[in-house]
Design a protein around this ligand. Structure first.
Ligand code: HDE
Length: 704
């Protein structure tokens, strides 16, 4: 056995080695644990490969003496640690990523040469990162915020990055405004707060002076920004892109990701409480789903349209503050994305993955959307500062998975070792060196461009309110109420009355009723004047596809039901609920005030998965309360239990009760409605659990 340092003196010099190789754990002089490598385990080494004998004590001259500068092992370890962080992304800093594949189900050969969009049945590996926008990398998962939706396809013809969001429009029309927008939304520079929030003066000040943002404002104030799970959000490429076919003809395209599980959001109060209960709610959910093989899946759909069709739209298809309603240009589903592998290492992959909208493949091209044009520059630039080297494409998660070769050389952190004397092209000295490829190579769509140079905003970009109005009016009454409440919440946090007034002025162009609602709850006496508009606001046809509620699926798949029990609960009832829920495709968690096991009425034991205070009902899509009369009386005095049922009810969830459960509901002051189902009608509970109890909302919140 390796000699253990169990005495009171620190090890000085090399310990004598004897006996068989086995792990030895011993306590050193400072009381810390030492683990010594066996023959099967690699030795702990420095970055130069030098085996380390003691990883717990630095080099000193005596027990009370100073640490020696000579301790190169200490210095290497601490220096590396000091440099472990890289600059976080200026926006989208908090993200969650996973590997997967894209499978094409319908060829777009008529429109594009891109193999990833023409080879039906081919699986293209990919890496997807979903993010919040405003918060830092250590912020929470559930603020009210847009979600970034970035996909890197490792195609046979190079990497294609589709860097989108879960909202199909954007705040601004021109990239030159982006730094101002981001400075306005981020924490205010003099005070360093608020973190991950739009509810503050600088954001709304900027927005109130940016009428083109009003359509996006409707989206971000809707429940789209409060996803239940990252598996239940849509993704949009936002801009019009171009597909270019073999004849060189181009067609405009908008990309849409649609979740297999349907859309699902939380309510604001729920999102706030989830943030406290589990700041990693979304990341954990994705991690857990992938680890049990319940792989998240999205359909990829496209909207295709010609220049002539675009010319007939009452807005400009190059304006990213506009969308093309599905009712006008239907979505064609062309494939599916499955996320099936969690990264080996968060930093190496999720943090270092570098997306650039400029990464396209032959057959996919850009449009002249001025927002997209600016993005083509910004992302490469930001990766250089974030990852610190022009060689960031050599990091495994960023490297193409097809052959790639060129004459770019050297640079910070170069990993490749190209051989030979030729590092230029054309050349006569290296016959096998890489050359231009006239067939496989990328060609930009051949477009005639002319004009007078200037800082220009197209007149066709001038209508800032019609689609905002269309969006708001297309929502259900519940969704409209949520938009109004969100605006009241956000603007109530604004300290400057003139900013609130300016915002309500904009709302008047969207819908006077909305402006009135918001003004009322903000305590405004009179409705402020609406700002003048460059063009008249149009009444576009309503688009039900813009509703969130309309896109929710009545399903329990991918969802989770919490069952609150205690000692004395009925075993058969718990079993029946568990079975019915599992059959409907949801996960079940048993919650009790006491962790470990609960002793049920028949003497059997039930495993408890979560402790009541640490596993509130906000973690679930529906709940069941199964309690003995005694337990119901006891829990009636426990705030966490009262909150559990009140929140489940208040968050419009289905609640299943036995007699004891019903008693707890009564103690909590809940008046049962159609979404509160007795255990005898388990089928009704399952049906109710597949959706939210929207009709309940009017009984618990002022919707006017
Ligand atoms: Fe981004 N954006 N963006 N953005 N964006 C970044 O790149 C930028 C925009 C989006 O998971 C940054 O690597 C400009 C629209 C996503 O790593 C940065 C403009 C859309 C992600 C940047 C926009 C997006 C980013 C910060 C206006 C939806 C995260 C770190 C012209 C279509 C990608 C980074 C990931 C990240 C610039 C507008 C989506 C600074 C200049 C519109 C999903 O380069």
């Amino acid at each position: 056995m390796t000699k253990a340092n169990t005495g009171s003196q620190p090890v000085k010099g090399k310990p004598a080695k004897s006996g068989p190789e086995e792990v030895t754990v011993s306590i050193g002089s400072g009381g810390e644990w030492h683990q010594t490598a066996t023959g099967d385990q690699p030795a702990l080494t420095t970055n130069q490969g030098l085996p380390i004998s003691d990883n717990q004590n630095s080099l000193r001259t005596n027990p009370s003496g100073p640490t020696l500068l000579e301790d190169f092992i200490l210095r290497e370890k601490i220096t590396h640690f000091d440099h472990e962080r890289i600059p976080e992304r200026i926006v989208h800093a908090r993200g969650t990523g996973a590997h997967g594949f894209f499978e094409l189900t319908q060829s777009l050969e008529q429109y594009t040469t891109a193999k990833v969009l023409t080879e039906v049945g081919e699986q293209t590996p990919l890496f997807t990162r979903i993010s919040t926008v405003a918060g830092g990398s250590g912020s929470r998962d559930t603020p009210r915020d847009v979600r970034g939706f970035a996909v890197k396809f490792y195609t046979k013809e190079g990497n294609w990055d589709l860097v989108g969001n879960n909202i199909p429009v954007f705040f601004i029309q021109d990239a030159i405004k982006f730094p101002d927008l981001v400075h306005a939304v981020k924490m205010e520079p003099d005070r360093g707060f608020p973190q991950a929030a739009t509810a503050h003066d600088t954001f709304w000040d900027y927005i109130s002076l940016t009428p083109e943002a009003m359509h996006m404002v409707m989206w971000i104030m809707s429940d789209r920004t409060l996803p239940r799970s990252l598996r239940m959000i849509e993704g949009f490429g936002v801009h019009s892109f171009r597909l270019v076919n073999a004849a060189g003809e181009s067609t405009f395209v908008k990309f849409h990701w649609r979740p297999k599980l349907g859309l699902q959001s939380t309510l604001w109060d729920e999102a706030v409480k989830i943030a406290g209960a589990d700041p990693d709610f979304h990341r954990r959910d994705l991690f857990e789903a992938i680890s049990v093989g319940d792989f998240p899946e999205w359909e990829l759909a496209v909207q295709l349209f010609s220049q002539e069709e675009a010319d007939a739209f009452p807005f400009d298809h190059l304006d990213s503050t506009k969308l093309i309603p599905e009712e006008w240009v239907p979505l064609q589903v062309i494939g599916r994305m499955v996320l099936n592998r969690w990264p080996n290492n968060f930093f190496a992959e999720t943090e270092q993955v570098a997306f650039c909208p400029s990464h396209v493949v032959p057959g996919i091209d850009f449009s002249n959307d001025p927002l997209l044009q600016g993005r083509l520059f910004s992302y490469l630039d930001t990766q250089l500062s974030r990852l610190g080297s022009a060689n960031f494409h050599q990091i495994p998660v960023n490297a193409p998975q097809c052959p790639f070769a060129n004459h770019q050389r050297d640079g910070h952190m170069q990993m490749a070792q190209p051989t030979g004397r030729v590092s230029y092209e054309p050349n006569t000295l290296a016959a096998d060196s890489p050359r231009e490829h006239s067939e496989a190579g990328f060609y930009s769509a051949a477009l005639a461009e002319s004009g007078v140079k200037g800082r220009i905003r197209a007149e066709s970009f001038a209508d800032h309110y019609s689609q905002a109005r269309q969006f708001y009016r297309s929502q259900s009454v519940y969704e409209q109420a949520h938009i109004a409440s969100a605006l009241v919440f956000e603007l109530s946090k604004v300290e400057h009355p003139h900013i609130r007034e300016a915002m309500v002025g904009h709302l008047r162009h969207i819908e006077d009723g909305l402006a009135q609602r918001v003004a009322y709850w903000l305590g405004m006496g009179e409705l402020p004047q609406a700002p003048t508009t460059a063009v008249a606001v149009q009444d576009l046809d309503l688009s039900p596809a813009l509703q969130l509620i309309g896109k929710m699926k009545s399903t329990l798949e991918g969802r989770e039901v919490g069952i609150l029990i205690a000692d004395g609960s009925d075993a058969a009832t718990i079993e029946a609920v568990k079975e019915a829920v599992a059959e409907a495709g949801a996960k079940v968690k048993i919650i009790a005030a006491k962790i470990g096991e609960a002793k049920l009425a028949d003497g059997s034991f039930s495993k408890v998965d979560g402790q009541l205070a640490g596993t509130p009902s906000v973690m679930f899509d529906a709940v069941a309360i199964i309690l003995s009369d005694e337990a119901a009386a006891l829990l009636g005095k426990e705030a966490a239990a009262i909150d559990f049922v009140r929140d489940a009810f208040g968050h419009l969830k289905a609640v299943c009760v036995d007699e004891g459960g019903d008693a707890l509901l009564k103690t909590a002051g809940i008046e049962a409605d159609a979404g509160v189902v007795n255990i005898d009608c388990l089928d009704d509970f399952i049906a109710a659990a597949k959706t939210r109890q929207w009709a309940r909302e009017a009984s618990i919140r002022i919707l006017a």
